[in-house]
Write a new protein. Sequence first.
Length: 67
Amino acid sequence: MSNEVRIRACSKQIINTIKIPGFFYQPSWLVNEMTRRGFSPSETENSISFLIERGILKNSPDGVCLS
């Protein structure tokens, strides 16, 4: 599976995991959760960046949340 496909799959899984609007999730917690689902830490970090760039997630000092 190509890296881009893995990043998109991880991104979908992150969106499914982050279900509480306005609640901030620590990236380290998301890395642990996605590792349990078979994604590497770098895939998770790249997916978080991808989602922030697309405006789906919002980054703050408290963590990331749905936009």
